[in-house]
Design a binder for this molecule. Structure first.
Ligand SMILES: Cc1ncc(COP(=O)(O)O)c(C=O)c1O
Length: 202
């Protein structure tokens, strides 16, 4: 199914109070909830319909890793990123943070350093420290109101023998940068040079 962007309504304001929304109900109503990346747009109709259809079945048992789901992910990655991946490479997980924790455990050892570019989405600190790894910070540079990567400092940090992973965030929360092709290429080249794996929250 190809989705046309014009098919979506991004204008209607949908009240979320009373739905248990973390974004809108954690703090008093006069607090603008800019701290969490939680969209106020309606879920695509095709997704709601599929969930309602599934929920209408009376038994919610354990699921298989559906071949149709794997195939649609493979096709999406191919269409969007021109990257051919195999269904066997895909593992499902309940959320991004859970995936990051499992990847840190799989790709590094206790005492290793994990590089993050600060300021960064706050859970990135505990996911490293609570798993006995060390935070290696490469602070971003604020240049005329726009955050940029300090590549000299990044290279020095990558060269640190203990640093085994770079946790990349794009779009980068909270600075709002989508890293450019050239920036990503430089990150990739530097990480290959120092044999540091990139863990991408994309
Ligand atoms: C950069 C970033 N990664 C991950 C998450 C959360 O992902 P999940 O809810 O799937 O754990 C957020 C939510 O704001 C985020 O900003």
């Amino acid at each position: 199914m190809e989705i046309v962007s014009g098919a979506f309504d991004f204008d209607t304001i949908i009240p979320r109070q009373g739905t248990g929304s973390l974004k809108w109900e954690k703090y008093e109503p006069d607090v603008l909830p800019l701290w969490v990346a939680d969209m106020d747009f309606a879920c695509p109709e095709a997704v709601s319909r599929a969930l309602v259809e599934r929920a209408a079945h009376p038994i919610y048992g354990y699921n298989t890793q559906s071949p149709a789901l794997m195939e649609s992910i493979v096709q999406w990655v191919k269409r969007r990123h021109h990257w051919e991946i195999e269904p066997e490479w895909i593992l499902l997980s309940p959320g991004v943070i859970n995936s990051i924790i499992l990847s840190i455990l799989a790709l590094s050892q206790p005492g290793d350093g994990v590089i993050i570019q600060t300021p960064i989405y706050h859970p990135f600190f505990p996911v490293i420290r609570d798993n006995e790894r060390e935070v290696a910070e490469n602070p971003l540079i604020l240049n005329n109101g726009r955050y940029e990567i300090d590549f000299d400092q990044l290279e020095r940090t990558l060269a640190g023998r203990k640093n085994k992973l770079l946790l990349l965030c794009s779009p980068h929360n909270p600075v709002g940068r989508v890293w450019s092709r050239d920036e990503l290429k430089t990150i990739s080249e530097l990480c290959q040079k120092y044999e540091v794996d990139v863990l991408s929250d994309y």
